[in-house]
Design a protein around this ligand. Sequence first.
Ligand code: NAD
Ligand code: UD1
Length: 334
Amino acid sequence: MILVTGGCGYIGSHTVVELLKNNYEVIVIDNFSNSKRDVLDKIKTITNKDFKFYEGNVCDKNTLKTVFENNKIDGVIHFAGFKAVGESVEKPLMYYRNNLDSTLTLLEVMSDYNCKKIVFSSSATVYGEAKETRFVETMKKGIPSNPYGKTKNVIEDILEDLYTSDPTWSITMLRYFNPVGSHTSGLIGDDPSGIPNNLMPYILRVAIGELECLTIFGNDYDTPDGTCIRDYIHVVDLALGHIKALEQLFNLESGIKIYNLGSGRGISVTEIVTTFERVNNLKLNYKYGSRRKGDLPSICADPTLALKELGWKCEKTLDDMCRDAYNFIQKQRN
Ligand code: NAD
Ligand code: UD1
C-alpha cells in the first residue's frame, strides 16, 4: 500500500491516477491547504477505482500515527508542502514550518512503523544560480534564492543524513523541472487561486479572457530569441516518473538516489506562446516587458540518469502540454 501525502494537489493527483492505473493500493492524506475536495471524485471518475483518504495535516504526528496504525504502508510519496516562491519570501516561517515539519514528522512516524521507502518531491531549484545551463545530478547543489527553494535543499540534506545514519532506508529524491499540462480528461490540472505567477497558468487565464495580457519577462537575454529558456515537462510524464521510481524502490534492497525529471529540451517563452496559439487555434494577447528579478536565462535538465536507471523519459510534446492545459481550463470554467 502506498501513502501519498499531498495527493490532492496538482502533481499528487496526477500521480494517484497513474498509481491506480498501475494497480497500486493507494492512501491519500491532504489538508486541502492548496487543493479542493472535489479532486477526490475526479480521480475516481478518471480511474474508475477507489482509494482511502484521510483529511489531515502531515505535520500532526497523531494523525499520521493513526494512518500507519490502521494500514500496512509499504512506501510513501511525499508531495505535501507549500510551493509558491513569492509567498515564501513574504512568509518564510510558514514555509519552513510546513515543509520541514511535515517531512520530519513523516520520517519519524515511518521510522516508528519500520516503513523505510520514500520518494520525495524535490526541485531543480536546488541547483541554485548555477553557471551551467544544463543541470546534472552530480553537480554541487547551489543556494536557492528564496525560502521555498531552501526548504528543498534542507530536506535533501535531512534525507542524506538519515540514510547515512541508517542505510536500510530506500530514498529517492526527484528534482522536477517545470511541470505543466493536465490529464487528457481535463478533470484535474493546475488552477492556482489568485493571479498566477507561473507561466502556463498565466497563459491560460489570458486565453480564457480572465486576465488581459501576458507580459513576457525580458526579451534581451543571451538566448536564441532573447526570452528565457526552461525545461517544461508534461505532468503526466512527471507522474509516470514516480511510478518508475517506486518500482525501483521495491526492487532495490536499499539506497539513496537523485534523479532529474525533465525532458532535456530547452523551450523559450516565445516558443510556448506561439505553440499555444497554433495548437489551440487562438491569439494570445501578450507584450514584452522587463526581466523578472531572480530569473536565470536558461535552465535545462540532463535527464540521462533517469533514462539509464529508471527507464524513464518524457514522451509527451510541447503541443500536448499546450493542448491539455487549455482543455483543462475550459472544462474548469464550464
Ligand atoms: P500543490 O500545492 O498543488 O500540492 C500540494 C498538496 O499538499 C496540496 O493538495 C496541499 O493541500 C497539500 N498540503 C500542503 N501542506 C500539507 C500538510 N502539511 N498536510 C497535508 N497536506 C498538505 O503542489 P504541486 O505542484 O502538486 O507540488 C507537489 C510537490 O512538488 C511540492 O512539494 C512542491 O514543492 C514540489 N514541486 C512542485 C513544482 C511545481 O512546479 N509544481 C516544482 C518542483 C517541485
Ligand atoms: C519558478 C520557480 C521555481 C519553481 C517553479 C515551479 C523562481 C525563480 N523559480 O520557476 O523555483 O520550482 O516556478 O513552481 O521563481 N514568465 C513570463 N511571464 C509570466 C510568468 C513567467 O515571461 O507571467 C517566464 C519567466 O520569466 C520564466 C518562464 O516564464 O522564464 C517560466 O516561469 P515560471 O513558470 O514562473 O517558472 P520558473 O521561473 O522557471
